[in-house]
Design a protein around this ligand. Structure first.
Ligand code: BES
Ligand code: MN
Ligand code: MN
Length: 488
């Protein structure tokens, strides 16, 4: 079958990036693994109860009113890691604290760094939740709560897997470090700073992250590409105060009219972003990738039905998977101006604003996009309008190497946990710190997603499939065994 497999991807890499020989893997110690698997099964209920406890903490990083809750979640993770017998530290930052933990060092064994986040997105709109966002509730084998899949549930699998090793074998078979942050959902600024200053503390051979999705139910995946992001807020200012649209309309420039025009002009009818040079750095999809994605037989109709629309548009010449995973995109994220209340008010507003962002692919950078955006907007501003452009968080897109013994180990672990080999996919979302890990730590990044694309991340009724929670934990426990076979 011509699905995208690791070999396809490796063949598309330049020869300089390929390994001569993959490190051979020894056979797993079957006895201790089955003991560990039994332990995991015996603890299912307790693990779910612990997950519920963490999900009850409304650790919304974007909302300063919840700063104490964010800290409570940090402490919860810290105490949990400490209870396993790891050396732990709560690291203060300019923003939310980092949780760091480390197992006892075993010389000659590789070091894995687990990264995850304990912060969550705001839960609004609240009235669309079937059960309240911070009262975890199980329905049909899924646990519903903000953060269930993104990322508390997924992150916890790598802590519970360590517990299984500690409680059965008495120690982990390799060196594991944990770095769990509280600002992922707001751009990972404090961690970015910490990483440049303390890279040595985080030294590792590979980074393990579960903050992505499977390809579909029962189709686990290793993600080898994420999109980046460039996020902006644009404010247009017109007259010094709101005006009567009858007395002034048609003679005075309306900032809302201008905003609507400018925002619309950023993309053309073919779905192509119009900023100068926007596509110059874009790494095109390889023929192998295009064939591979085609063979994955993505269910376009089911996808549209899932979000409740009867059709969609996007960049011409690309499939839905290509558009979501490997092509840049542009979305308005918020829009305001004029009268929002009941009934009609004939007003020519003094201000208009918007938040919008571009998803970037390798090798586009937020800096290039910012420069191009200014170059695009400035000459288009009509008389009577000034603009303020705020530049928020940004990160470039990433492709991680699949040509690595660590990926091999992860694939075996996933097969053990989920009963089937993983697919190799990309995802459209962003994990800003991944690029920095690759750059500063020189380590391979393993993106092992246990979520599902209909988990409602950032939306009402976020959920995580409990069977996947347990399968992910089983895969993680096996991962420690598989990684331990590689020389450190
Ligand atoms: N877990 C997501 C990233 C993700 C989303 C990966 C979907 C794969 C599929 C992460 O928590 C997230 O939401 N990231 C933000 C980053 C932003 C706030 C800088 C995103 O992608 O919007
Ligand atoms: Mn996440
Ligand atoms: Mn998120």
């Amino acid at each position: 079958m011509a699905v995208l497999d690791r070999q396809h991807y490796i063949e598309s890499l330049p020869a300089s990036k390929r390994l001569a020989d993959a490190t051979p893997l020894a056979v797993t110690d079957a006895t201790s693994m089955s003991e560990i698997d039994d332990y995991l099964v015996s603890r299912h209920d307790d693990f779910e109860a612990d997950l519920c406890e963490l999900l009850r903490i409304p650790s919304i990083s974007a909302d300063s009113a919840h700063a104490d809750d964010v800290r409570r979640a940090a402490n919860w993770v810290h105490d949990h890691l400490q209870a396993l017998g790891l050396t732990t530290e709560l690291i203060e930052t300019a923003g939310h604290p980092l949780v760091f933990a480390q197992s006892e060092q075993i010389p000659g064994k590789p070091t894995a760094l687990v990264y995850g986040h304990y912060d969550v997105q705001p839960p609004d709109p609240l009235d669309e939740w079937v059960s309240p966002p911070f009262e975890p509730t199980v329905r049909d084998g899924n646990i519903y709560a903000r953060g269930a899949t993104d990322d508390k549930g997924q992150m916890l699998t790598h802590i519970k897997s360590a517990e299984a090793w500690m409680k059965t074998v008495g120690q982990l078979p390799l060196n594991v470090k944990y770095l769990i942050e509280g600002e992922e959902e707001v751009g990972s600024q404090s961690l970015g700073t910490f990483l440049t200053e303390h890279a040595a503390r985080l030294a590792c051979d590979c980074v393990v992250i579960s903050d992505t999705c499977q390809f579909g139910p029962g189709r686990p995946a290793i993600t080898y590409g994420l999109r980046g992001i460039a996020y902006y807020e644009l404010l247009l200012k017109g007259p010094q105060q709101d005006l009567h649209s009858g007395s002034f309309g048609g003679a005075i420039t309306n900032p809302a009219n201008v905003l609507a025009r400018l925002l619309a002009e950023i993309v053309d009818g073919e779905g192509r972003v119009q900023l100068p040079g926007f596509y110059d750095a874009v790494v095109p999809l390889t023929p192998r990738e295009r064939e591979g994605y085609q063979a994955m037989a993505f269910d376009d109709e089911g996808f549209l039905a899932q979000v409740g629309v009867d059709g969609a548009i996007g960049e011409s010449g690309y499939s839905t998977l290509e558009r979501r995973w490997a092509r840049p995109s542009y979305d308005i994220n918020g829009l305001w101006s004029g009268y929002q209340g009941e009934g009609a008010k004939t007003v020519l507003p003094a201000r208009a604003g918007a938040k919008f962002s571009f998803r970037l692919v390798p090798n586009q950078t937020p800096e290039q996009v910012t420069a191009a955006l200014r170059e695009f907007l400035e000459p288009r501003l009509p008389p009577g309008i000034t603009m303020e452009l705020k530049d928020f968080h940004g990160s470039p897109g990433v492709l991680v190497s699949l040509e690595s013994p660590y990926i091999e180990a992860a694939a075996s672990a996933i097969e053990h946990g989920f009963g089937t080999a993983p697919l190799y996919i990309r995802e459209g979302g962003s994990i800003p710190i991944v690029t920095s890990f690759a750059e500063h730590l020189g380590a391979d990044v393993l993106l092992l997603g246990w979520g599902l694309s209909d988990d409602n991340t950032h939306s009402p009724n976020e959920k995580f499939c409990l069977a996947d929670f347990h399968r992910g934990t089983k895969a993680s426990a096996q991962l420690w065994a598989e990684l331990a076979k590689i020389c450190g």
